[in-house]
Design a protein around this ligand. Structure first.
Ligand code: WT7
Length: 647
């Protein structure tokens, strides 16, 4: 067992802190004892068109689940991210863009941001996009991705960003589910020196998406693409011709801001719906306090805007706070594994926020690529997306942060809109591997499998008992599924799907998903999605997918595959199936291990015993638990003998 050291708050972090230890205790107490009063005050951090008088209107009880915050207020998110800053900081840099090649970068001021967003808003309106319409954004990490988000917000359109690594099929499914009217994309993306055929993928997807009437294409590489007249529009030409002035749409606090698809334990990805007022209050507040953000700080979150981290902590949170936010197109190891730290030096980054998988991958390259850089500008480090193992935490702290910088290990989810459990850099003593304490207004509860609350130091299932403004409001088009997924397992509580331990100091330690969701390099994958991709292949009879420990990715994808009768199990076919899944879903879903399984362990009623498959994949088959209900216990021995990741 790794010995737990506690790292006290450094003196300089204390000095500059927006929130000290005592203030944290005091404000947290107020936030849970008087949520209405607390959030009424916090709501004022935004500019409202019509101020709210109602604060919170929430019911967590199935079948009446309903979540509303600031419901009679009106505002516009793009005004809060742009217009309201112009008088004071029009010439301040809003976005620092660092391209895939180290020679490629740009700085966009708030004035310039206003101009770009206004023009694109007018282009969208001219194409018939109206308040409430859905717009799909399928983009590389270029400033136009942020312009597209903010232009949607400006005219009241609801954006649905699809990560550029997803396949045409995955893109099509998401466009169809929310019936998007427009797609905003680029000719090609560039990552790690390789091109990503975004327009080709879009064309392919749109063969089955009749709702889309126009496609706006940013010229990123000038690569060869096909053109559909009457549908496709060059971004550069159209925005140049458009006016930069576009009056913002007045939105109700509960009008949708965006949809973001995420994987669950069953079925197709769900369209997580976030609304305007509460989400913006929460994104802005957490960005300010978790990152102890002060005017003038240079802030870098390495996520992609295709994930919620990019929504809340590259675009909406930082821009609402008038921050300078860095947007990086590339990858950590291109041109070499010093890149992150070179970028920190080049742009004098103060706050750096990344995922454990990146840290583990860089750690493997040794200290050299880090220590060859200065990193003197760094003040605070952050981690997100999966549990960070104490070894990686220590390396991040000692080597990257020169033992100076606190690390905020931030736990949250696509559904939560913003960070829920986290240290605050000037207030919280740190324990490597623990996400520490709840943010203001967040009331975690650990329950047993029957839903009984567990007190004190304990371990169980993590629920949140009260709403917070950034919470998702529904699954797009399927409120029933929303209630079923999050509020029916434990009555009247939001169930996170995570397991969690609480120690004697009240610190929370997230232990990972307790459902059939796996977390591969911080990317969320439903085992059911990978299974359905596999069985869609005409040689596959049956497939079962589980997560298994992976040194770099945290979890890898382990697939058990039963072939149709008469099909030869060859290495070529294995490769073909891995390729097939990449093509069906995207590279992030590629199985890391694939095992031929003439039979799967099933109960007599035919249910696959996934618990057993998980144990075998974890190489813990000495401890399979109760196997007495298996229809054919013999299959287990075969699976153990042929396991693919033995250590
Ligand atoms: C799941 C949510 C939140 C943005 C990125 C992922 C895991 C997230 C942590 C953390 C341990 C974490 C959980 C959660 N997770 N952050 N700091 N420590 N686990 O968003 O794709 O919605 O995934 O990621 O299992 O449920 P997401």
């Amino acid at each position: 067992m790794f010995e737990v050291h506690t790292f006290p708050v450094p003196e300089d972090a204390k000095e500059r802190a927006l929130v000290t230890k005592d203030q944290y205790q005091e404000w947290y107490k107020k936030s849970v004892e008087d949520p209405e009063g607390f959030w009424a005050e916090q709501g004022k951090r935004l500019d409202w068109i019509k101020p709210y008088s109602k604060i919170k209107n929430v019911n967590f009880m199935v079948p009446d689940v309903s979540i509303k915050w600031f419901e009679d207020g009106t505002l516009n998110a793009s005004v809060n991210c742009i217009d309201r800053h112009l008088a004071k900081r029009g010439d301040q840099v809003a976005i620092i863009w660092e391209g895939d090649e180290p020679t490629d970068d740009a700085k966009i001021t708030y004035n310039e941001l206003a101009d770009h967003v206004g023009r694109l808003s007018n282009v969208m309106k001219a194409q018939g996009v109206k308040k409430g319409d859905r717009v799909c954004i399928y983009m590389p990490m270029i400033p136009e991705a942020a312009y597209a988000m903010l232009a949607c917000a400006r005219i009241g359109a609801v954006h649905s960003i699809v990560f550029g690594g997803f396949s045409p099929d995955s893109l099509a499914n998401r466009i169809q589910d929310s019936e998007c009217k427009m797609v905003i994309t680029a000719d090609e993306g560039v990552r790690g020196g390789r091109k990503i055929p975004l327009k080709v993928n879009t064309d392919k997807a749109l063969e089955t998406c009749p709702s889309v009437t126009s496609v706006v294409v940013v010229k990123r590489t000038g690569g060869d693409i096909e053109w559909v007249d009457g549908r496709d529009i060059w971004y550069e030409e159209a925005t140049e011709a458009a006016s930069p002035d576009c009056p913002p749409e007045e939105m109700n606090a509960e009008d949708p801001l965006f949809i973001l698809y995420t994987s669950g334990s069953t079925g197709q990805p769900k369209g997580v719906l976030h609304t305007t007022g509460g989400y913006m209050v929460y994104a802005s507040m957490t960005h300010q306090y978790v990152f102890d953000y002060h005017d003038g700080d240079i802030y870098w979150c390495t996520a992609d805007v295709g994930w919620v981290t990019g929504h809340s902590y590259i675009v909406y949170g930082p821009l609402a706070n008038g921050a300078t936010t860095l947007m990086f197109e590339g990858v950590p190891n291109y041109p070499d594994s010093s890149r992150f730290w070179q970028v920190c030096d080049k742009h004098q980054v103060n706050t750096f926020y990344t995922a454990p998988t990146a840290i583990r991958a860089l750690m493997r390259e040794g200290n050299g690529p880090v220590t060859s850089t200065s990193r003197k500008s760094l003040r605070l480090l952050g981690s997100v997306g999966e549990p960070i193992n104490p070894e990686a935490w220590m390396w991040y702290h000692e080597v990257v942060g020169d033992k100076r910088c606190p690390i905020v290990d931030t736990w949250w989810q696509t559904e939560t809109g913003g960070i829920l459990i986290t240290p605050l850099p000037g207030a919280t003593d740190l324990k490597p591997g623990s996400a520490a304490l709840p943010f203001f207004g967040v009331q975690p509860q650990i329950v047993d499998n029957e839903g009984e609350p567990l007190e004190g130091a304990t371990e169980g299932n993590l629920c949140i008992t009260e709403s917070w403004p950034g919470q998702m409001r529904t699954v797009y088009g399927d409120h029933e599924r929303f209630m079923q997924t999050y509020f029916s397992t434990y009555k009247g509580k939001y169930f996170t799907g995570d397991g969690c331990r609480r120690d004697e100091d009240g610190y929370y330690w997230i232990t990972g998903r307790v459902d059939d969701v796996i977390n591969v390099s911080g990317h969320r994958m439903g085992t059911a999605e990978v299974e359905s991709a596999l069985v869609a292949h005409d040689k596959v009879a049956e497939a079962a997918v589980v997560g298994a420990p992976h040194d770099i990715k945290g979890q890898g994808i382990y697939a058990y595959v039963t072939l149709n009768a008469g099909v030869e199990p060859t290495d070529e076919l294995k490769k073909e199936l891995v390729q097939w899944v990449r093509k069906e879903i995207g590279p992030i879903a590629s199985p890391d291990w694939l095992q031929w399984s003439p039979g799967l362990p099933k109960t007599r009623s035919g249910k696959i015993m996934r618990r057993i498959l998980r144990k075998i994949a974890e190489d813990e088959f000495g401890n399979l638990g109760d196997t007495s209900t298996l229809a054919d216990p013999g299959v287990v021995d075969d699976l153990i003998d042929n396991r693919q990741n033995r250590t």
